[in-house]
Design a binder for this molecule. Structure first.
Ligand code: NOJ
Length: 737
């Protein structure tokens, strides 16, 4: 239907007179409201909805500047004219309200989606996602999502580009820090929990924001762990390994999906119809909006070399199923020509607009476009968020080794060394994009002091630079135990921070040597955003705690674990290889004709110069007590297999154990992984107590994709009920025909 810029042309049957908002708001059903609105929109207004801009040249300006700055005036006029469907970047609450009011003053009164990367921090900084995944606790992810959502609204955002749902097998890849680890099953529990937290049960209740499952898909499989690099992937791998977290996000109602930068089997994800339309919409049933990554539509032309800028790129991306273009302006500049030439149909444009409006309706933006920040802030319990951040840091830390030196006994004189032990910034990690000005931030030093430790700090060395040998020796000489901060600076992980060395910087090995010579027990606390190759540390240190980038309250949380105020809780969600050369290293590797187990056989699959087993495998994590597994058994019960084990706490402290179930299909149609995680349970056990743990695994979870369909095969399976992916006694069971 032809549209009028003046807004008086009628559209869908339900319409009588098309006077902007009140009329649209009167139509109860969302689809009808969308149709009504669509019927009134000019082509320019439709194309406007498909563009997310940063508002340059006035990108950073907030409310005040927007009203006085000339470019701000122009920007507001464009917003009023409906030139943009969405903005990227936080504008502050006043800026948000001004922008929304301006958008609503427009002819049709369509609110904006305003999105920002509030990945693990808005006003409270939580541990990086990889750290959080080590909690193995979906409910923790949900609670953190909820906290980020309400804080994000106070910063002027109704959308965040998280959770990153990329399975990440490669420690070289810097973005491993941002994701849920390497396991599809575990990631499929964590990712939807974050979606639920961010979006809530009622996304329009004024306390929740739109989530974004990204980067669709296979980004973590980039060749060589190199960011943005090409991915070649078999269909079965796509569906068995990389798709499950996205499927779970869609099932949880995720509002938006961001296709990744890279090319997938030769076609950039941004214009990959098989991925964006056939699978995402057709198979997964996604009904939200797809947003390109930053200038990714442009990059189809400027980088990948598979499109020309403008009409060609616009047609290829939109026809493939990309609804909204982030930053670059191919839709804005090229869609009219693409429509005129017949390469794009107006129905395709309408459909994309529909997807975008649906999200705006779903989040109540038409009815409540602005935020009463003062009122909202009064309802936010910031101290509780800080406590949640501390809890999350405690739950993310993984105790990798301990000869008994931990927990630190009261009264010990502790020497704390290493520059990152007294750095707030190093605690926060790679996506510190929020505003944490009113939230306490901690360091490991502050945490140890707060926990009453008799601690003396001297930096002594930088993680990658100079060291002061004399100061190190003096620090050790004066102490009962040395706590040394090792690892990587936060700036070595995150986007486009791929590396070819995950080994410790040489200076850290020298520090370790000096401390060992000093003869004091060494507790290594490792910070960073990726798994590191730590064989020397495993050999030499008395205890190793992987602290990751533990967030704003991380200093407290990590100290709580060191002192035993909190029991070690985390379990690895990624393998810690022996050396970079093994990457990508995953526990769920395919079996081979010459299997690597039992280890050491001459003609088995292995490297000559390192052990085949990881220094610390997926699932690994010690506690301050010990557990004994006995009576492992499995039986069928209807549609489930039930795995049972008696777990005894054989130590003298209470603790929680994560009992893990791994399965292998023994005779399959295609080669299958040596083990795959299929279920787990965390159980709290008192000293001397034995608990029987039962884990139900639906038989339907034991299948895999072959020849385009999902199969659960009858026949023999192996299973392990184990504390980590290399442990456990082998069981067998059969699935009946
Ligand atoms: C590029 C990153 O790949 C993506 O994760 C992020 O959300 C966008 N930039 C927007 O900042």
């Amino acid at each position: 239907m032809e549209m009028s810029r003046k807004g008086f042309v009628c559209g869908a049957a339900a319409l009588i007179i098309c006077a902007a908002r009140p009329l649209v708001a009167a139509v109860a059903d969302v689809d009808a409201r969308i149709d009504a609105l669509l019927a009134q929109m000019t082509l320019e207004e439709k194309i406007g909805q498909l563009w997310q801009t940063n508002g340059k040249p006035s990108q950073a300006i907030e409310a005040e500047d927007l009203s006085k700055d000339r470019s701000g005036d122009r920007f507001l006029a464009d917003v009023r004219a409906g030139r943009y469907g969405s903005l990227i970047g936080r504008r502050g609450a006043d800026g948000y309200n001004l922008l929304q009011r301006t958008a609503m003053e427009g002819r049709l009164g369509i609110p904006l989606l305003i999105g920002h990367d509030l990945i693990h921090s808005a006003r409270t900084c939580f541990p990086i996602p990889l750290a959080l995944s080590c909690s193995w606790e979906p409910e923790l992810w949900r609670r953190i999502g909820e906290a980020i959502a309400v804080e994000a609204l106070t910063l002027g955002c109704n959308w965040t580009f998280t959770p990153m749902s990329d399975i990440s097998p490669d420690a070289r890849w810097g973005r491993i820090a941002e994701g849920p680890g390497q396991d599809p099953y575990l990631a499929s529990l964590l990712v939807p929990a974050m979606v639920k937290g961010l979006q809530g049960d009622d996304p329009a209740d004024g306390r929740h924001i739109a989530a974004c499952a990204k980067h669709y898909i296979g980004y973590g499989a980039s060749t060589g762990g190199l960011d943005y690099y090409a991915v070649e992937m078999a269909d079965g791998t796509l569906r068995d390994v990389y798709l499950p977290p996205f499927r779970a996000a869609v099932d949880a109602g995720v509002a938006t999906v961001m296709p990744a930068f890279h090319s997938f089997n030769g076609v950039p994800c941004s214009m990959n119809r098989y991925l964006l339309t056939d699978i995402l919409r057709g198979e997964l049933g996604f009904d939200g909006l797809t947003i390109s990554d930053y200038q990714a539509v442009d990059e189809m032309a400027t980088g990948h070399g598979v499109a020309e800028r403008g009409a060609d790129a616009a047609a290829k991306a939109l026809n493939a199923g990309m609804d909204m273009e982030m930053i670059s302006d191919n839709y804005e500049k090229g869609l009219k020509a693409a429509l005129a030439s017949g390469r794009v149909k107006i129905e395709t444009v309408d459909n994309a607009v529909r997807n975008i409006l649906r999200v705006k309706f779903r989040f109540g933006l038409f009815d409540h476009p602005t935020v009463d920040v003062a009122a909202l802030e009064r309802t936010i319990d910031f101290p509780a968020h800080l406590a949640l951040s501390r809890e999350a840091a405690r739950k993310s830390a993984v105790l990798l080794k301990n000869d008994g030196v931990l927990p630190l006994r009261p009264g010990l004189k502790v020497a704390l060394v290493g520059d990152v032990a007294d750095s707030v910034r190093e605690m926060r990690g790679c996506w510190e994009h929020g505003d944490m000005s009113n939230i306490t931030n901690t360091t490991l030093l502050a945490g140890l002091r707060a926990d009453g430790v008799d601690v003396t700090y001297s930096s002594c060395y930088k993680l990658d630079g100079a060291r002061n040998e004399a100061a190190l020796r003096a620090a050790a000489a004066d102490a009962d135990v040395v706590v040394a901060a090792f690892g990587e600076y936060w700036g070595r992980s995150g986007e486009n921070r791929s590396v070819t060395r995950i080994e410790f910087a040489p200076v850290q090995l020298k520090v370790l040597e000096t401390l060992k010579r000093a003869g004091r027990p060494v507790v290594a606390v490792v910070f960073g955003g990726r798994p590191l190759a730590l064989p020397e540390l495993d050999r030499e240190a008395n205890a190793v705690l992987m602290a990751w980038n533990p967030g704003g309250a991380g200093g407290w949380g990590v100290a709580d674990v060191l002192t035993g105020l909190a029991e070690p809780y985390g379990r690895l969600t990624v393998d810690f290889p022996n050396a970079t050369g093994e990457c990508p290293k995953v526990y769920n590797r395919m079996t081979t004709g010459r299997p690597s187990e039992p280890a050491g056989a001459r003609w088995s699959t292995h490297y000559m110069d390192i052990p085949f087993t990881s220094v610390y495998p997926f699932g690994w994590g010690l506690t301050y007590t010990t557990f004994d597994y006995a009576g492992e058994r499995v039986h069928a019960d209807g549609d489930d297999m039930v795995f049972s084990v008696d777990v005894k706490n054989t130590g003298d402290r209470a603790g929680s154990e994560v009992v893990q179930v791994y399965v292998r299909d023994v005779v399959a149609a295609t080669v299958r992984p040596r083990r795959e995680l299929k279920g787990y349970a965390r159980v709290w056990i008192e000293p001397g107590e034995t608990k029987t743990v039962q884990i139900r695994v639906p038989k339907a979870r034991l299948g895999y994709w072959v020849d385009g369909s999902y199969r659960v095969e009858a026949g023999e399976f192996k299973a392990w009920i184990a504390p980590h992916s290399d442990g456990g006694r082998e069981l067998t069971f059969r699935l009946a025909e």
